[in-house]
Design a protein around this ligand. Sequence first.
Ligand SMILES: Cc1cc2nc3c(=O)[nH]c(=O)nc-3n(C[C@H](O)[C@H](O)[C@H](O)COP(=O)(O)O)c2cc1C
Length: 247
Amino acid sequence: MKTVFINCSPKNRFCASSYFAFLQRLFVGGKKVNEKLRSPADHARILEQLRDAQTVVFCLPLYVDGIPSHVLRFLEEMEGFCKENGLHLSLYCIANNGFIEGKQNEPLMQSFEHFCTRAGLRWGGGVGIGGGVMLNVTRILFLVDVGLLLLNTLLSVVNTGSFFAKGAWISFGENAALLLFFNLGVLFYLARMGRHIRKGSFSGKKYTRILLPSFVFILFADIFFVIISLFEGGLFRGWLAKKEYRA
Ligand SMILES: Cc1cc2nc3c(=O)[nH]c(=O)nc-3n(C[C@H](O)[C@H](O)[C@H](O)COP(=O)(O)O)c2cc1C
């Protein structure tokens, strides 16, 4: 069985879609192909990959409560391609959004469902994930944790000659457990969808989010965006500056 994972985020690197695609791949067997859809230059290459595939998984961000426009352009072309070549792939979708409620991806899911009907594909369902940006940050925090553990182990070897820095391992375990907890909803639904992808069956639409109380999420999101605004042109310059239209 061949499954094509299409990361549809227009970002060059460090996008949430690639994180969720990575997690989903852990639960899918057979031949797995990773593709990136960022511009029309990617269309022909991806369509060729679909020719002998049984399953396609779209991993994408929610833009203005819907499918990003560059993905819509691709779907238009894909519809014609599938009809011309008699393809009846199973299509699954992993959508993530910035706000906390994953349910906001419902209109996007419906668009994919309608697309499948039009293109003659089998709609397999999807997972809508809220707090995608923050979940994506958890993987960086995990790597930082691993780095700290290695550093502490090194210091322990130098200072005491022991490879086992107990305090560092306890702190690593606590942090890793917390990060895992934030991701539990996502892991559960992606594991569940992985089972359906393997069987080629319908998984339904499921919505989850970062497992964090909303008031904590809002606090951290506000701090995050203030910092980002400062880096991207200054707080008030960024918000109040006259916007220039760029075609
Ligand atoms: C143009 C644009 C529109 C967006 N619209 C929404 C939206 O309607 N609702 C929402 O919750 N997040 C929205 N977001 C946030 C993205 O969905 C969020 O940042 C997502 O994690 C990006 O995924 P990626 O890193 O895979 O590109 C929007 C972001 C951009 C750039």
